[in-house]
Design a protein around this ligand. Structure first.
Ligand code: RIB
Length: 309
C-alpha cells in the first residue's frame, strides 16, 4: 500500500508541565510534584502521532530562533517528519504551553502562541507548492484563521481531504466549514461552535446535526472517556464508538492522537466508522502515558489493542 501523505498545518509548543494533586482554582496556589519540558503543540502532536502510525508527514508551522525552537524541530525531525516548511522566526519566541496535570490525569492548558501566530497564508502557499501530492490536510486551530482558510482552499483545489480539529474553539466562517470533509470537535468545542447545549445524548446528536447544517461534510465528535460519536454526512446516520477501558495517566494530547489516527485510517481507505474505531484506540493508548508527543502510540500497539491483545 502506498504511504499516505499527510500535511499538518499547525502549532509547535514546548509544554511546561507540572504534576499536581489537584488543578489550582483561581487565586489558589498548589504545591506540585514533578516538572518537565515536553514537546507538544496540537499540530506537532498530530504530526508525530500520524508518523508513528506509518504515514508520510509534512509539518507546516513556525518556531522562534531559540532553544525551544531548536528542540521542537529536532524532535519532529527525529520522528521522521518533513520539517522543511517549519520556519524559524527571528522576531517571535517559540510557542509554549503551561500545563498542570492532576492525580486523575486531567489537565488544564494555557498557551502563549508566539511564533505559531506568525504562520501566515504566504508560508502555507509556498510550502504547498513544494510538497508534491498530499492526500490529507490536518489542522487544529492554534494558528491564524487566515492561514487555516488558505490551507483549506489549497487542499480543496488539490482534491486532498480536509480534517479540521477546531481546538481551541473559535467562531468559523461558513466558507471554511464548507471546505472541511471531517470535523473532529470535543463536546466543549461542539457547544461553542453551535451555541447549543451538549449535555445529554439527545443534545449531542442535535448539536452534531447542526455542525452538518453549518457546512462540514461529516462529524466525528470525541467524548473523552465515553468514546466517540460519528455522524455520517451522506446517510445522516449516527454510530457510537465505545471507549476502551484503559488506566488514565495523562489525558494531554488524547484528542491529537485521535485526530491523527482518524487521518491515517482514512488515508488508508478505511470507511469513516472504521477509521473512528482505529482513532479511538490511538486516543485510548495516548492517555496511558505521560506527556504529549512521548505518549503517542506506535502502529503495533494500536493493532494489538484492536485485536484485544
Ligand atoms: O492538545 C494538547 C496540546 O495543546 C499541548 O501539547 C499544548 O501544547 C497545547 O497545544
Amino acid at each position: 500500500m502506498p504511504q499516505t501523505h499527510i500535511a499538518v498545518v499547525g502549532s509547535l509548543n514546548m509544554d511546561l508541565v507540572v504534576q499536581v494533586p489537584v488543578i489550582p482554582a483561581p487565586g489558589e496556589t498548589v504545591l506540585g510534584n514533578n516538572f518537565a519540558t515536553i514537546p507538544g503543540g496540537k499540530g506537532a502532536n498530530q504530526a508525530v502521532a500520524a508518523a508513528r502510525l506509518g504515514a508520510k508527514v509534512s509539518l507546516i508551522g513556525r518556531v522562534g530562533a531559540d532553544a525551544f525552537g531548536e528542540q521542537l524541530l529536532a524532535n519532529a525531525r527525529a520522528e521522521g517528519i518533513n520539517v522543511d516548511h517549519v520556519g524559524v522566526d527571528e522576531m517571535a519566541a517559540s510557542g509554549i504551553a503551561m500545563i498542570t496535570v492532576d492525580a486523575a490525569g486531567q489537565n488544564s492548558i494555557a498557551v502563549a502562541s508566539g511564533a505559531n501566530y506568525c504562520l501566515m497564508a504566504v508560508h502555507v502557499r509556498r510550502a504547498w507548492e513544494q510538497l508534491g501530492p498530499v492526500d490529507l490536510l490536518v489542522m487544529p486551530l492554534e494558528t491564524p484563521l487566515e492561514t487555516i482558510e488558505t490551507a483549506v482552499s489549497l487542499a480543496n483545489q488539490a482534491g486532498a481531504k480536509v480534517i479540521l480539529n477546531p481546538a481551541p474553539a473559535q467562531p468559523l466562517p461558513a466558507h471554511i466549514l464548507a471546505g472541511v470533509d471531517v470535523l473532529v470537535p470535543n463536546e466543549a468545542e461542539t457547544a461553542q461552535l453551535t451555541g447549543l447545549p451538549v449535555e445529554t445524548p439527545a443534545d449531542t446528536q442535535q448539536a452534531a446535526r447542526r455542525l452538518l447544517e453549518l457546512g462540514v461534510g461529516n462529524v466525528v465528535l470525541t467524548l473523552g472517556s465515553r468514546g466517540a460519536l460519528v455522524l455520517d454526512g451522506e446517510s445522516g446516520g449516527f454510530t457510537a464508538v465505545p471507549p476502551y477501558p484503559v488506566t488514565v495517566v495523562d489525558t494531554t494530547a488524547a484528542g491529537d492522537a485521535f485526530v491523527a489516527g482518524l487521518a491515517v485510517a482514512l488515508g488508508e481507505g478505511q470507511p469513516l466508522v472504521a477509521a473512528a474505531q482505529f482513532a479511538n484506540a490511538v486516543g485510548a493508548l495516548a492517555v496511558t502515558k505521560q506527556g504529549a508527543q512521548p505518549s503517542m502510540p506506535r502502529r503495533a500497539e494500536v493493532e494489538n489493542l484492536l485485536k484485544g491483545d
